[in-house]
Design a protein around this ligand. Structure first.
Ligand code: ADP
Length: 344
């Protein structure tokens, strides 16, 4: 199993990541509706002794797509193999995963939107009829042979549901869109994980961390680990009070809404370089020396969600609220365009 693909490079941090990641659906916080639907699908598949239907999870990074994809096989009692869409360029990249799939096992493809068109088309008969079509020879003498596969379940995860082609999307029986978490759910995650890490933390401190976690469990976990380091280093007993949590987050330059340096730089770029917008994402990314993907995946979803930017047909525009947050004066005209935000 290639857990390393998703857990990063640092073995100690990886270990801790694994410890904090819920292993079973019932250990997951929030996402009640999605979990209820999954439990029904899992139960039904087990009763009928069939593989689970193919599933697609979409939503911004850090909201639990991988957690779902790794908890589901545990619920089913089946094995899982993990691939990343960016490494699946040709049918032969997929072959080993498909041909070695055991009966009812799960193949998890993370970032499935990065898979090439050729790989995607190769996957269709595998998903639909549990077979793959292999072309032998070339030109006029080429012939296709069909090879049966064990019935398996594909779980796909993507940060870009919008770019998944309709034929691929329609082959998933269950599609779950993950939304940002409430502050209550994040506070619960922080509290539970503090216990797992043996950190003493007050309710107030957990709430402050939750409030600054951009609706994202992964961010909440990262903040908690930083706050823990801060408390270990800077306090006699390592306990995390509200004051300690706030001092740690301030030092990490996380502000009251949970925005970090990169978020603020993005907003300042739109404000100062593009006059508040509308600005195309490529232009903003280029100015910031970042890839447009980073902006679209990691930065923009939360800013859109809290109404700091709006999308218009001509690009991103900053709202009056974002100006106020940065302590900048709203330029004349921004209000008028901001008024259009309900249209989009
Ligand atoms: P994604 O695959 O969507 O980027 P992950 O599944 O890797 O996100 O989640 C990131 C981390 O956040 C996980 O390691 C886990 O610790 C935590 N997490 C995600 N969803 C939940 C949840 N529902 N309850 C508790 N922790 C969660």
């Amino acid at each position: 199993m290639r857990e390393t693909v998703i857990e990063g490079q640092n073995p100690a941090a990886d270990d801790e990541d694994r410890r904090l990641r819920p292993q079973r659906l019932r250990e997951m916080v929030g996402q009640r509706d999605a979990i209820a639907r999954l439990e029904i699908a899992i139960n039904a598949a087990r009763k009928r002794e069939e593989p689970l239907g193919h599933m697609l999870f979409d939503g911004p990074p850090g909201l639990g797509k991988t957690t779902f994809a790794t908890a589901i096989p545990r619920e089913m009692g089946v094995s899982v193999r993990i691939a990343s869409g960016s490494t699946l360029m040709a049918p032969h990249d997929l072959m080993p995963y498909l041909t070695s799939a055991e009966r009812h096992s799960i193949l998890f493809i993370d970032e499935i939107h990065r898979m090439s068109k050729a790989a995607e088309e190769f996957l269709y008969p595998a998903m639909e009829d549990f077979r793959i079509d292999i072309v032998l020879g070339e030109g006029v003498s080429a012939r296709t042979i069909s090879m049966p596969l064990q019935p398996f379940t594909l779980i796909g995860a993507t940060t870009r549901a919008g770019v998944i082609s309709a034929p691929l999307r329609d082959r998933f029986q269950l599609r779950e869109h993950l939304e940002f978490y409430s502050e209550d759910d994040l506070a619960e995650i922080v509290t539970r994980n503090a216990a797992k890490l043996s950190v003493e933390i007050t309710r107030h401190a957990a709430n402050e961390i939750a409030q600054r976690s951009r609706g994202t469990p992964r961010v909440a976990n990262n903040h908690l680990r930083w706050v823990r380091d801060f408390a270990t280093s800077e306090t006699p007993d390592g306990r995390v009070s509200r004051e300690v949590a706030l001092a740690a987050l301030e030092m990490a330059k996380v502000d009251g809404r949970g925005l970090d340096e990169q978020d603020r730089k993005y907003l300042r770029t739109i404000a100062n370089v593009f006059g508040g917008g509308p600005a195309g994402v490529d232009a903003v990314a280029h100015t910031m020396n970042l890839s447009p993907d980073t902006l679209e995946d990691d930065v923009e979803p939360f800013l859109l969600r809290i109404g700091f930017i709006v999308r218009t047909p001509r690009g991103r525009k900053m709202t009056a609220e974002a100006y106020a947050h940065l302590g900048l004066v709203v330029p004349a005209g921004a209000e008028a365009e901001g008024g259009q935000k309900k249209l989009f």
